[in-house]
Write a protein that binds this ligand. Structure first.
Ligand SMILES: [Cu+2]
Length: 300
């Protein structure tokens, strides 16, 4: 049996065993979807390259990055060698009487045509990727993402009432299996293999909705929306951060996404909706920073 099938069977078994217990506890944001933890796509020490692609979009971005990098390396290498050769071969000592040549039609044609072809070779896949990234039509579902000082709010448009806040777990409350400055109390839960559209906005100042391993990066701008999308083929946990300097706790608003099989996602929406309707919005951890606007309100 292939390892992939093994893993899938393992996940199914875990679901059968653990799914109901977790659902019964109603542990939204705790660990209701344990199998999703099997794969974690997170930054690691000494990471030197882009994150491992977790979506087709990031895979394309990664490919284009390497493609352009190789072209760039070839250009830099060629020009560098040419320069070295000219400096050596035509140095004043060896070449006391310089050539008076000012034009060479063949060389001029080459140095116009070749760069044009190189640019065309870069532009075609670039434009293709821009159109691919902009294609938010026909999603399976839409999540409205609102940046706040300093947490994220996720609104599941197709699930009435499912709108909750996601706070970073403070350093002193981190448990094993969680990642300092990246794990959150209530992650965004998404189904694997489905096209998810993000509608991104802000409730106060500029934020940045940045999911490096999924190839998503959009400003969250008060008063307007930007859209992006993703498909996550592999169940697991993916991370992002606010990457627009947005105030004192800019670093304390990470994004955590749990990608789970569709059935788990649907079960989760029922559970989450029941719990979140009861409690309105899940409580933030006690040591979460007080929203700065409270000071402003108190001063009035
Ligand atoms: Cu922010």
């Amino acid at each position: 049996m292939k390892p992939g099938i093994h893993a899938a069977l393992g996940v199914a078994l875990l679901l059968a065993l653990g799914g109901h217990a977790a659902l019964a506890q109603g542990a939204v944001g705790g660990n209701p979807l344990a199998p999703a933890n099997a794969y974690v796509n997170a930054p690691h020490d000494w990471q030197m390259w882009l994150p491992k692609p977790g979506s087709p979009m990031e895979a394309r971005i990664d490919w284009l990055m390497r493609y352009v990098l190789w072209i760039m390396a070839a250009v830099v290498g060629f020009v560098g060698l040419l320069l070295a050769w000219v400096i050596y071969r035509y140095r004043a000592h060896k070449n006391p009487i310089p050539s008076q040549t000012t034009h060479n039609t063949l060389i001029e044609v080459i140095w116009i045509v070749v760069p044009t072809l190189i640019l065309a070779a870069i532009i075609v896949p670039s434009i293709d990727l821009i159109y691919y990234e902009a294609d938010t039509h026909n999603p399976y579902m839409t999540v409205t993402v609102t940046g706040h000082q300093w947490y994220w709010e996720y609104n599941y448009n197709a699930v009435p009432g499912l709108d909750y806040s996601s706070y970073m777990i403070p350093d002193d409350k981190i448990k094993s299996g969680e990642i300092r400055r990246l794990s959150v109390d209530h992650p965004m839960v998404l189904p694997v293999g489905k096209k998810i559209r993000f509608v991104i906005t802000s409730g106060d100042v500029l934020h940045g909705f940045y999911l490096p391993s999924l190839g998503v990066q959009k400003y969250a701008i008060p008063g307007t929306t930007l859209t992006s999308w993703t498909i996550i083929p592999k169940a697991g946990t993916y991370y992002g951060q606010c990457n627009q300097i947005c105030g004192m706790d800019h670093d304390a608003m990470p994004i955590e996404i749990k990608a789970v099989p569709l059935a788990d996602y649907l079960a989760w929406t029922k559970m989450a909706r029941a719990q979140y309707t009861e409690n309105d919005v899940p409580a933030a951890p006690l040591s979460s920073p007080m929203p700065v606007n409270q000071f402003a309100d108190a001063a009035r």
